[in-house]
Write a protein that binds this ligand. Structure first.
Ligand SMILES: Nc1ncnc2c1ncn2[C@@H]1O[C@H](COP(=O)(O)OP(=O)(O)OP(=O)(O)O)[C@@H](O)[C@H]1O
Length: 301
């Protein structure tokens, strides 16, 4: 049986008697794109450092394609883009990639071609000291992709990128996953990862409080669906009295319902005919779901 890309089992790491990572376990398969979410200090970077073999867990087991963190097999499989990526300022983008290609025993010519892929083709001969934060981040991504890694760890990779660069970044992530690599990225940009990843892990105070697809997390959270009903002229009061709900401004009424009540609630709205100008249906966002799961642990804490 082929081993999973990454397996964590009961991982715990304590600093100064405070658990930074507390009994975390999950498995990632080849070709998955997974978002790791959590507040500042939730333990995301500590988890990455243990997967990379930079830190040793106090308890538990980590396997990268069956290999121990830090072993030659694990290091060959993994690529990492740290949160604050830094390169020698006097080197050009091309020189940086050639340097890392040699470190990884990979082809420097193929590595330099990655500059085009991250939109830095024209800046490749300029010194990194003159790059913007977004350009350094893209160079970091090119560095991480040298040698076609099978497990790509990205720590807040899109911070500092403008909207077009972010889009371009996720297109590259899609390509990397499509050729079978597993991508684990940490982020605070919830709306951004919502449509761009296959599965979501939420860390709260070092504990893994959610591990599922957005669809399943939405179901498990049981958060209400919001129906914003816009009335035709002067009909908001009548809509509110016939359907219930809350007037949110002079023309609109907001109703909350469960997923199973949605269709019957929409039918009741439609039955009001000319009183209704428009209906807007909002499912709980990843923001709502994130707050739901991380809030539960905060209460327990
Ligand atoms: N070397 C260290 N020594 C002592 N405490 C540490 C060390 N590294 C991390 N911590 C603590 O462990 C906890 C988790 O930190 P970590 O950097 O993993 O969080 P994070 O989720 O990556 O946060 P952020 O989103 O702010 O980057 C924090 O309370 C942090 O202060």
């Amino acid at each position: 049986m082929t081993p999973a890309a990454l397996t964590l089992d009961g991982i715990t790491k304590t600093f100064d008697k405070r658990p930074a990572v507390d009994g975390v376990g999950f498995t990632l398969e080849a070709g998955e794109r997974i978002a790791l979410l959590g507040h500042n200090g939730a333990g995301k970077t500590t988890l990455f450092k243990m997967i990379l073999g930079f830190l040793h867990p106090d308890a538990g087991d980590i396997r990268i394609f069956g290999a121990e963190p830090g072993s030659a097999a694990a290091r060959n499989a993994i690529a990492y883009l740290p949160e604050a990526v830094a390169f020698h300022k006097s080197l050009t983008g091309e020189e940086v990639l050639r340097f890392y290609a040699r470190l990884k025993s990979e082809d420097p010519v193929a590595a330099v071609k990655l500059l085009d892929r991250v939109g830095l083709g024209e800046a490749g001969r300029r010194r990194v000291g003159g790059y913007s934060k977004g350009m350094r981040q893209r160079l970091g991504l090119a560095q991480a992709l040298i040698g076609s890694p099978r497990l790509v760890l990205l720590d807040e990779p899109t911070s500092g990128l403008d909207p077009i660069s972010r889009q371009n970044f996720y297109e590259i992530i899609d390509e990397v996953a499509a050729r079978g690599a597993t991508v684990l990225l940490s982020s605070h940009a919830l709306t951004e990862v919502e449509a761009k990843t296959d599965r979501i892990l939420i860390l709260s105070k070092g504990k893994l409080v959610a591990n599922d697809t957005l669809l399943s997390l939405r179901e498990a959270a049981g958060l209400p669906i919001r129906l914003k009903v816009q009335g035709a002229e002067d009909s908001a009061d009548e809509i509110a009295s016939r359907l219930g709900g809350e007037r949110i401004n002079c023309r609109s009424v907001e109703l909350l319902c469960t997923p199973s009540d949605k269709v019957s609630q929409l039918a009741a709205i439609t039955a009001l005919g000319p009183l209704i100008a428009d209906v807007d249906v909002s499912l709980p966002s990843l923001d709502d779901i994130y707050r739901h799961f991380s809030g539960e642990t905060a209460k327990e804490g």
